[in-house]
Design a protein around this ligand. Sequence first.
Ligand SMILES: C[C@H](O)[C@H](O)[C@H]1CNC2=NC(N)=NC(=O)C2=N1
Length: 97
Amino acid sequence: MAEVLDAEAVRTELAGLEGWTGDPAGIARTVELPAFRDAIGVVDRVAVVADELDHHPDIDIRWRTVTFRCATHSVGGVTRRDVELARRIDEIVRGAA
Ligand SMILES: C[C@H](O)[C@H](O)[C@H]1CNC2=NC(N)=NC(=O)C2=N1
């Protein structure tokens, strides 16, 4: 079973991501897209990747602002799977900007 990263490991991983904040309980990134349909497009692409990784973010959509929160529910905290998912979300957001 995946291990929950400690505070220092989370800090180190956050430094390699774009715009994420958080702690061992969870990491999050909020992005603003040009329009609602762009936000939905990003969420749709994230859904494909999440299914591919079998690891899913919590997603909050408010008009064109989307917040992704990543934690591994089965172990109650941030694991390497969340870091990988966050990295893939960053790639998608970069492609949508
Ligand atoms: C069986 C399957 O691996 C699990 O139910 C997955 C699906 N996606 C998941 N996503 C996240 N973020 N945490 C989980 O514990 C989780 N569990």
